[in-house]
Design a protein around this ligand. Sequence first.
Ligand code: KIV
Length: 300
Amino acid sequence: MTPSDKVTAPSLLASKGKRKIAMLTAYDATLARLLDEGGADVLLVGDSLGMVVQGLSNTLPVTLEEICYHGRAVARVTRRAHVVGDMPFMSFQVSSEKALEAAGTMLKQGGFEAVKLEGGVSVAEHVRRIVDAGIPVMGHVGLTPQSVHALGGFRVQGKGEDAAVRVVNDAKAVEQAGAYAIVLEGLPADLGRRISESLQIPTIGIGAGPHCDGQVLVCYDFLGMYREIHPKFVKRFAELGDAVVEATQRYVAEVQQGTFPAAEHSFGMAKPRTVGEPTGAKPLVDGSPPGYGPASDDGS
Ligand code: KIV
């Protein structure tokens, strides 16, 4: 990868009308490495981690510290993708000052390259303040999960003309405040098209139809691992949930039958040596062995 391959806020902005953006959520280093290798343009450490990592029923309890903790893991290993962090509930709503402080913390302690925050007209001033400090902001309008109680549940938004106009105005307010991209969640496909055509910045849809400038899915949804719910907008590109259950069943059976571990997974004893004879162990080049346990009999 050359430095010019690295996806950035300006390169995403410039992609509007040229190529579609493929964004996924990620919460840990192992999956982030794989999604980055697979070519995802953006990795979002979403506050959806409250539901898919922590097992909560909504995203509201997720904290700034938790977002930063997962951000560090993702940012540490991601080479090409643009890494964005979700501003948690109540980290930005109270005032522009608090919003700016929280966004700064996310870049300093979470390793993020940009922040995402939910809301439209009511948060436009916060967006402007953060952008003015040199921090790229991704907006998020339509179904905003942090307002789940006000919305009366996770419901499609903007279905009637008045409601649609409110979402359009929210999106425009966020764009005018300086956002470089915006997530459109849970909207009729026609409204997703209307907003995408009326903005200069790229729209990234989730349940907002095929006309957006990009798409985002929660990683455990698109891999078929989060099986509690299967919303209409989710397409499973793999069935890793089934694969994990099946692998676990085979592991349990092999442990119980004593067929795992076999000889090839076991270490031998050291050969008897005379005093002063070299051990044969390889010197450590950087002082720390790879992995989290010895890979071979000589401890290398
Ligand atoms: O929290 C999240 O994962 C999100 C995406 C679904 C857009 O906000």
